[in-house]
Design a protein around this ligand. Structure first.
Ligand code: FE2
Length: 304
C-alpha cells in the first residue's frame, strides 16, 4: 500500500477535483513551437495534471513539410515543458527521436533491426507503459508522440492515466491495489540470447512512489508472453480487474486518432494502438516520432 487512508483520501479528492480525462476542447494549438506563450504552457500543464497527457497541434505551414523541421519543433516543444534528458534507445536517431513506422519484416543489410519489435509494424499494440522493462537508471517518466503522417485507416490510440488507474483499483479494493505495489509484482525475463537486446531480468511493482519525483510511477504491460506475475490470488484478481477496465468504455479512457501535425505529451500514461493499414503510395505510410525522457512533465502539482 502506498499511503494510509487519510493521505489517500486527500490525494484522491485533489485528483478528482480536476475532472477526469481530457478537458473540453482538448487540442492545444501551438502558434510558435520555438517559443510557447504562457497560456499555451499553462494549458499543456493543466491537461497533463488532469488526464496525464495533453494533445497539441503544431502549425501546418510550408516549413512543417520537412521532417527535419518537424523534429526540431518537437525537440523545442519538449524542452519548453522541461523535457531535456532523453532516454537512450538503440532505435533512435541522434536527436533522440525514434521514427515509428511499419518496416519490412526482413530489414535491408546494415539497417537497425527494428522489424522484430511490434511498434515498428502495423499490428495492434496492447496496453502498456513505455519502458516498463527498463531498470530504474533508464526509467521513462514522460514521452512525446507526434504524428507526421497518419495511416490510411486505423492506428488509433487509447490512453489512461496511471494515477487514475491506481485510484480506481484502490477504490474497488485496497487489498488488490496493495498487491500491485509489491516490489516483485512483475518479472520481465532477460533478453540476453543471440540477437537479443542484452536486457537483464527485471523485477518491480506496478505502482510505486518514484523516489526522484515523489509522484506515483506506473509500470504495466498486458502482454502475456515474456512476463511473469507474482503467483498469488490478490495479484491475479487485481490483473483481472485491470483487464476488464481496459476493455471497457470507462470515461477515464480516451480514444484518440492523431492527425498529421498533432501529438501528445504525457507522463508515461498507459496506452495501446489499434492495427492500421498504410496508404499504398511509397513513402506515404504512417510515421510517428517518439521522444522518451527521464524527467516528468512538471504540472506544478504537489506529489504524494
Ligand atoms: Fe508505447
Amino acid at each position: 500500500m502506498l499511503m494510509d487512508v487519510s493521505r489517500y483520501q486527500a490525494w484522491r479528492s485533489r485528483k478528482l477535483s480536476r475532472g477526469t480525462g481530457l478537458p473540453p476542447d482538448p487540442v492545444i494549438r501551438i502558434h510558435n513551437p520555438g517559443s510557447l506563450s504562457a497560456r499555451e504552457r499553462q494549458s499543456l500543464r493543466e491537461s497533463v495534471a488532469r488526464a496525464g497527457f495533453a494533445i497539441y497541434a503544431l502549425p501546418q505551414d510550408a516549413e512543417s513539410r520537412t521532417e527535419a523541421c518537424i523534429a526540431e519543433r518537437l525537440v523545442s516543444l519538449c524542452r519548453q515543458v522541461g523535457l531535456t534528458d532523453a532516454v537512450s534507445n538503440p532505435a533512435a536517431d541522434d536527436d533522440g527521436i525514434s521514427r515509428i513506422e511499419a518496416v519490412p519484416a526482413t530489414p535491408v543489410a546494415g539497417a537497425r533491426d527494428r522489424a522484430r519489435y511490434i511498434p515498428y509494424s502495423s499490428q495492434r499494440l496492447n496496453w502498456h507503459t513505455d519502458g516498463y522493462y527498463y531498470p530504474d537508471s533508464r526509467r521513462v517518466r514522460s514521452f512525446a508522440l507526434h504524428c507526421v503522417r497518419d495511416a490510411g485507416s486505423g492506428g488509433d490510440n487509447r490512453l489512461l492515466d496511471g494515477e487514475m488507474l491506481y485510484l480506481l483499483l484502490r477504490d474497488h479494493c485496497p487489498r488488490l491495489a496493495a498487491a500491485l505495489c509489491h516490489p516483485e509484482a512483475m518479472t520481465i525475463p532477460g533478453d540476453r540470447g543471440a540477437g537479443g537486446s542484452g536486457r537483464a531480468t527485471f523485477r518491480g511493482p506496478v505502482f510505486e512512489i518514484d523516489p526522484l519525483t515523489g509522484a506515483l510511477y506506473t509500470r504495466y504491460t498486458r502482454r502475456r508472453h515474456h512476463i511473469g506475475w507474482r503467483d498469488d490470488a490478490a495479484t491475479r484478481e487485481a490483473l483481472a480487474f485491470l483487464g476488464e477496465l481496459l476493455d471497457s468504455d470507462h470515461p477515464a479512457i480516451t480514444r484518440w486518432r492523431l492527425s498529421p501535425g498533432e501529438g501528445l505529451l504525457c507522463n508515461n500514461v498507459l496506452h495501446c494502438r489499434t492495427t492500421f493499414t498504410d496508404r499504398e503510395e511509397p513513402g506515404r505510410g504512417r510515421l510517428f516520432y517518439r521522444l522518451r525522457f527521464h524527467q516528468r512533465i512538471d504540472t506544478g502539482e504537489a506529489g504524494w
